[in-house]
Design a protein around this ligand. Structure first.
Ligand code: 5AD
Ligand code: SF4
Length: 429
C-alpha cells in the first residue's frame, strides 16, 4: 500500500478595482497559503474569492457576472465575495456566495480557511484590526495601508459608504510592517490611503512626520504614496519630496474637473485656482517631478463650457498620465439626484476628446525624456526579448537591454533612447 497523500486544497482569487483592493487580495492570498492551500485556476479551485469594486456601475456589475461565470466553470467551488460591493450590497451577494466578507473584516479569513465547508457573512461598520500587520508576498515593491476609509463624501463617490470612516494606523504598526518588508528584500513601498494627506489628524502626528520617519528605515530604497487630496495637499509635503532621499518625485493629485462650478457641486473643497497654485509650487520646487490625475467627465449639469475648462487645465498642467472616467450614478451618493444628468453619448464624446488630448501630452513628455538619464529600480524581465524593466522615480516604465549581472532589486542608471506610447526604452550606463 502506498503512503496516503493528503490532497491540498486549491484557491483562486480574482481582483477588481484599486490598489487597496490589490493589497487586500494579497492579504487573503497569504492567509490561504499559510493555511496550506495552493493557488490554481478557477476550474480546479476548491474556493474562489472575488474581490469587488463599487466605484462605477460597470465595475459593480462585474462581480455578479464573474460569480455566474465561476459557477458555470466549476459548480463545486465555494465562492467568497469580498471588497466594496460585499460591504454595501451583501444582501444580494449572500444569495450567490458561500461567504460575504466586507472591507473591514479581512481578518475573518483566518477563520474561514479553517471552516471552508461552512457559510458566513462578515460585514461590519467599524474596523477593529487597523493596526494588525497582515502578511505580504515577497517582492521588490509592496503596498502598505496607512489609513482606511474616507470622510470626504465627494458627492459622486460611494467609497465613504464602502470603506467607512477614516481611521489611521499607528506609526509603530506602519514602521514595523515596512521594516519587516525591507528585511525580506522589498526595495520600494507605496503607502496607500484614500486621502493620505489627512493621515494622523487624530494622532497628533502628520503624514509628513510619518514620511520623515519611514525615510530613516535602513535598506528602504524608494517611498511613494497615493492618493493625495488637493484640499489637504500642503507645501511641507512638497518640501519633503525635495528633501527626503527615498521619497519619489511623483504625485497623484486628482483634479476631477476644471470647472469651479462643478468642483463645488462635487464638494471637492478647492477651486481650480487653489489647485493650480499647489501644482505650480510643486513644479517650481521639484526638478523633473511627475504628476498624474483622475478626471470625471459628464458629472450632472456639466456643460460644454465646464468641460472645456477641464480640457484647459489638462493642457495647462500637462499631466504625465491621467485616469479619466465617465460619471457613473452611484447609490447612496448625493450626485445621483442632481439634475440634469448628462447623456451617455455626450459623456463618451467628451471622454474620447480628453483621452486623445492626454495621449498626445503623454507622448510629447515621453519624447522629451529621450537622452535623459533616469535612476531605474529593476523589477524583472521584460516581455520584450532580452530586456529588463523597472520604473524611474517619476513612475514611468523603462525597458533596457540586459547586461552583466543586473538583477531585480538593483538600482541602475539608464539613458533613454526611445519613447513609446506608455513607456520608455533606454540603455544601461
Ligand atoms: N463615476 C465616475 N468616476 C468615479 N470615480 C469615483 N466615483 C466615480 C463615479 N461615480 C473616480 C474618481 C476617483 C477615481 C478612483 O474614480 O475620479 O478619483
Ligand atoms: Fe471618494 Fe472623494 Fe473620498 Fe476620494 S476623497 S474616496 S473621491 S469621497
Amino acid at each position: 500500500m502506498g503512503k496516503k497523500v493528503s490532497k491540498k486544497m486549491k484557491f483562486h482569487i480574482k481582483t477588481y478595482g484599486c490598489q487597496m483592493n490589490e493589497r487586500d487580495s494579497e492579504k487573503v492570498y497569504c492567509i490561504f497559503e499559510e493555511a496550506g492551500f495552493v493557488e490554481s485556476g478557477i476550474e480546479d479551485a476548491d474556493v474562489v474569492v472575488v474581490n469587488s469594486c463599487a466605484v462605477r456601475e460597470k465595475a459593480e456589475s462585474k462581480i455578479y457576472s464573474e460569480i455566474g461565470r465561476i459557477k458555470s466553470i466549476n459548480k463545486k467551488a465555494k465562492v467568497i465575495a469580498m471588497g466594496c460591493v460585499a460591504q454595501f450590497n451583501y444582501e444580494k451577494l449572500k444569495r450567490v456566495s458561500d461567504f460575504v466578507v466586507g472591507t473591514s473584516a479581512i481578518d475573518k479569513f483566518y477563520d474561514i480557511v479553517n471552516n471552508i465547508e461552512s457559510k458566513g457573512i462578515f460585514v461590519y461598520d467599524k474596523m477593529d484590526n487597523a493596526n494588525y500587520i497582515f502578511p505580504h508576498r515577497k517582492g521588490i515593491n509592496a503596498f502598505v495601508d496607512i489609513m482606511y476609509g474616507c470622510n470626504n463624501f465627494c458627492t459622486y463617490c460611494i467609497v465613504p459608504f464602502t470603506r467607512g470612516r477614516e481611521i489611521s494606523r499607528t506609526k509603530e504598526s506602519i514602521i514595523e510592517e515596512i521594516k519587516q518588508l525591507v528585511d525580506n528584500g522589498t526595495k520600494e513601498v507605496m503607502l496607500l490611503g484614500q486621502n493620505v494627506n489627512s493621515y494622523g489628524h487624530k494622532l497628533g502626528y502628520s503624514f509628513v512626520d510619518l514620511l520623515y520617519d519611514i525615510d530613516k528605515i535602513d535598506g528602504l530604497e524608494r517611498l511613494r504614496f497615493t492618493t493625495s487630496h488637493p484640499k489637504d495637499f500642503s507645501s511641507d509635503l512638497i518640501y519633503a519630496i525635495r528633501d527626503l532621499n527615498t521619497l519619489c518625485e511623483h504625485i497623484h493629485l486628482p483634479i476631477q474637473s476644471g470647472s469651479n462650478r462643478i468642483l463645488k457641486l462635487m464638494k471637492r473643497g478647492y477651486t481650480k485656482e487653489e489647485y493650480l497654485e499647489k501644482v505650480y509650487l510643486y513644479k517650481e520646487i521639484i526638478h523633473k517631478g511627475s504628476i498624474t490625475t483622475d478626471i470625471i467627465v459628464g458629472f450632472p449639469t456639466e456643460t460644454e463650457d465646464d468641460f472645456q475648462e477641464t480640457i484647459n487645465i489638462v493642457k495647462d498642467v500637462e499631466y504625465d498620465t491621467s485616469f479619466s472616467f465617465k460619471y457613473s450614478k452611484r447609490p447612496l451618493t448625493k450626485a445621483k439626484d442632481i439634475e440634469p444628468q448628462v447623456d451617455e453619448d455626450v459623456k463618451l464624446k467628451r471622454l474620447n476628446r480628453l483621452q486623445d488630448l492626454q495621449a498626445s501630452i503623454t507622448q510629447k513628455k515621453n519624447r522629451e525624456s529621450v537622452d535623459n538619464i533616469f535612476e531605474v529600480l529593476v523589477e524583472g524581465k521584460s516581455k520584450k526579448g532580452n530586456m529588463l524593466f523597472g520604473r524611474n522615480r517619476q513612475n514611468t516604465v523603462v525597458n533596457f537591454e540586459f547586461k552583466g549581472n543586473i538583477k531585480p532589486g538593483d538600482v541602475v542608471n539608464v539613458k533613454i533612447t526611445k519613447a513609446l506610447k506608455h513607456s520608455l526604452v533606454g540603455e544601461l550606463l
